[in-house]
Design a protein around this ligand. Structure first.
Ligand code: ADP
Ligand code: MG
Length: 354
């Protein structure tokens, strides 16, 4: 088993390979520090273009960092080619070999590496097909399988040589929503059964929270926050994380007075009691939709209702207050076009405004 780290990794495509100045190219990664623990399910999440694939390719050895180092169990991997890194990779497109059967696809990596524990290649292929719930499908051609089944073949192929690390780059994004959920449960089950250190890439924040031990939220080539799903959701470090992960309401306010950890902060002509930070006359705080309640009698604001989305258990209400978009969670569709809600100071969470 293997832990993994990226230490100060930057990647610049083109230009003179520098991160700033007139000769800079495209900065895909900037000073990325990530440590993935042995056996962990670790996810890189962020919008398209934020550097997720580049990070994964640097780990796999397909791309050399411009600066910094990738280490496996502390061992620097600079100069070690992909085929000597002991990683299994699954890409977004299934990338199965179309002229080979399913079994030949799964066994492909065993041409270069012996199966583990002295197994024969045939046994290992059967074992892997079993693991991904495709037993008996070995003789089929990839084109006879559904998208979800093809992706499971790709997963079995990546795992067959018993790699130390499993890397998955948006493996679900070509599948429809229902299949995505069932495949995601399968991937999670297989990962924990094998205990294999896994780095998973997705742009889908809900998927990241659902599947991961820990998550790195990326934005513009940088890591904004690393934490367990609950930490990322409940204690977003930055405005970007607050807005990217789940629904949120972010307010920029001017601090008018202080009393210990709390203060009075003004935004849009209203003054709210919220936590404040030492030494700053501004505070950026967020309140989750669930924190804005009709029953709360502190920090009241009246929201103009624009749309309501019935979600089954709850209703998501989108509205405006003072030209700001506000998202609420209610039990029922509101009947009027205005709604007054409030929040407790402890439901406001301070974020870095950058
Ligand atoms: P993500 O996977 O998060 O969508 P990528 O890692 O693919 O992001 O890309 C990060 C940035 O690097 C983007 O601006 C992208 O356009 C750029 N980039 C990626 N690959 C290359 C390349 N081979 N040459 C030049 N620019 C690239
Ligand atoms: Mg990508």
């Amino acid at each position: 088993m293997t832990g993994l780290s990226l230490d100060g990794v930057s990647k610049v495509y083109g230009g003179a390979g520098v991160t700033d100045g007139p000769d800079s190219g495209t900065v895909a990664l900037e000073d990325v520090d990530i440590t993935v623990r042995d056996g962990e399910f670790f996810t890189l999440v962020g919008p398209s273009g934020c550097g997720k694939t580049t990070t994964l390719r640097a780990i796999a050895g397909f791309e050399a960092p411009t600066e910094g180092a990738v280490r496996f169990d502390g061992r620097e991997m600079t100069g070690v080619p992909p085929e000597e890194r002991d990683v299994g990779v699954v890409f977004q497109s299934y990338a199965l070999f179309p002229h080979m059967t399913v079994a030949e696809n799964v066994g492909y990596g065993l041409r270069f590496r012996d199966p583990p524990d002295g197994a024969t290649a045939d046994d290992r292929v059967a074992e892997l097909l079993d693991l991904v719930d495709l037993e008996g499908m070995g003789d089929r051609d990839p084109e006879q399988l559904s998208g979800g089944q093809q992706q499971r073949v790709a997963l079995a192929r990546a795992l067959a040589p018993a790699p130390d690390l499993l890397l998955l780059d948006e493996p679900m994004s070509a599948l429809d929503a229902q299949l995505r959920e069932s495949l995601r449960r399968q991937v999670k089950r297989i990962q924990s059964e094998l205990g294999i250190t896994t780095v998973y890439v997705t742009h889908d924040q809900a998927e990241a929270l659902a599947i991961s031990d820990r998550v790195a939220v990326m934005n513009g080539g940088r890591v904004e926050q690393i934490g367990r799903p609950q930490e990322i959701y409940r204690e977003p470090a930055t405005r970007f994380v607050a807005e990217f992960v789940g629904d949120n309401n972010v307010f920029d306010a001017a601090v008018r007075s202080r009393d210990g950890e709390y203060g009075r902060a003004e935004v849009g002509g209203e003054t709210f009691t919220v936590p404040v930070v030492d030494g700053s006359d501004r505070v950026t705080f967020c309140v989750r939709p669930g924190g804005l309640a009709r029953s709360a009698d502190r920090n009241r604001l009246t929201v103009r209702v624009e749309t309501s989305e019935f979600l089954g258990e709850t209703v998501r209400v989108n509205g405006r207050w003072n030209d700001r978009r506000i998202v609420l969670r209610l039990d029922e569709v509101p009947d009027g076009d205005e709604l007054t809600v409030g929040f407790e100071p402890d439901d406001a969470h301070v974020v870095d405004p950058r």
